[in-house]
Design a protein around this ligand. Structure first.
Ligand code: FES
Length: 96
């Protein structure tokens, strides 16, 4: 299977990883500048923008979507600790 290409916009870095991997795992092994707090979808420190996430990531749970909405986030936003990658994505770290 073709690897996914994850482009960390702020770092200008592209990393390849297998489909289905978590964004948290990719960010950690590639030393991307994303801060993780709770790692369970409840603190918001890992908030990112992924413009094409609707086709390239497993959809957010109802809880994640609701939390992003509470934070005033756009539909492109996700919690990096909750994202599973299915294809090529561009990631921009936003934080809280
Ligand atoms: S690390 Fe807390 S929501 Fe992702």
């Amino acid at each position: 299977m073709k690897p996914c290409r994850i482009h960390f916009i702020l770092e200008g870095m592209v990393v390849e990883a297998p489909s289905g991997i978590s964004l948290e795992e990719v960010a950690t092994f590639s030393h991307a500048d994303i801060t993780f707090g709770c790692k369970s979808g409840s603190c918001g420190t890992c908030r990112v923008s992924i413009p094409n996430q609707h086709t390239q990531c497993i959809p957010p749970s109802a809880e994640e979507a609701s939390f992003i909405k509470q934070l005033g986030g756009s539909p492109n936003e996700r919690l990096a600790c909750q994202v599973k990658i299915l294809g090529d994505i561009n990631v921009e770290y936003l934080g809280l």
